[in-house]
Design a binder for this molecule. Sequence first.
Ligand code: G
Ligand code: G
Ligand code: G
Ligand code: MN
Ligand code: NA
Length: 251
Amino acid sequence: FELETSLRGALERGEFTLFYQPIVCTRDRRVHGMEVLLRWRRPGHGLVAPDDFIPMLEENGLIVAVGEWVIRTACEQAMAWQRAGLAPVPLAVNLSARQFMHRGLIDAIRRTLDETGLAPSMLEFEITETALMQHGRQTLETLAQISNMGIRLSIDDFGTGYSSLAYLKRFPVHKIKIDRAFVRDLESSSEDRAIVAAIMALAGSLQLTVVAEGVETQAQLALLREHGCALAQGYLFAKPDEAGRAAQMLA
Ligand code: G
Ligand code: G
Ligand code: G
Ligand code: MN
Ligand code: NA
């Protein structure tokens, strides 16, 4: 109850902030993009991670307003980095199931791109496998609208949910992000290596780019590279950080 009360006014009080984590090329470690990660500076509690408040935002519907703020702030940040002369890389924004199903989403995205002037190719969305599979036809329509705008889509936490291969083929998605649960024990677990190999084969035949999440060691990186995984993200390269420090990785 106390959490919900303080969460209700957090947007108006300017307590949300965005962190950025680079997504790098596994071969040369060049920054290929940035994932945008929401944080809440809750007075008296420090920095709160999304897992501790996004479920509540989803329940009370505030996720729509907060989500629109995230998209707008990310687009403004991307434009600010471009104006500062930094190499333009796409920013990947997470969308929850409820945002994804919200009728106003497409208009909000279009308006934000118009008003900030960001090219659609510089924005991406990540949607979890579970959220994607929840709703059949409307999901396909929304994905098509986003894709037709020129915005690329990633399936987040791939491998942890239930996903129909038939849908995967029909959805206009461009990337899959291997959940970090399969990356963590890559060195010791032949099962996890087999899963990664299977995901790579699937992605190859569907022409999807693969991003490995949660890469923390050189050995994991080497294995992923051998498996043909093009992109990676994790503490080995950089932790999520505020815009100022994240920008240093673009410089
Ligand atoms: O850093 P990490 O604790 O940031 O993120 C935890 C989870 O919260 C991630 O799985 C991510 O998908 C989700 N998340 C982070 N930022 C956002 C956001 O802006 N919107 C939504 N819907 N989910 C987010
Ligand atoms: O280590 P193990 O053979 O149990 O791994 C399971 C699967 O993962 C195998 O089918 C193999 O092709 C693949 N694999 C495991 N390690 C590597 C590796 O270092 N390089 C490549 N290319 N494939 C590997
Ligand atoms: O959207 P998604 O669930 O993929 O969000 C990424 C989450 O993973 C964020 O909470 C982020 O802070 C976290 N994360 C990013 N890199 C690493 C890593 O190398 N190790 C671990 N344990 N978590 C990571
Ligand atoms: Mn994500
Ligand atoms: Na993930």
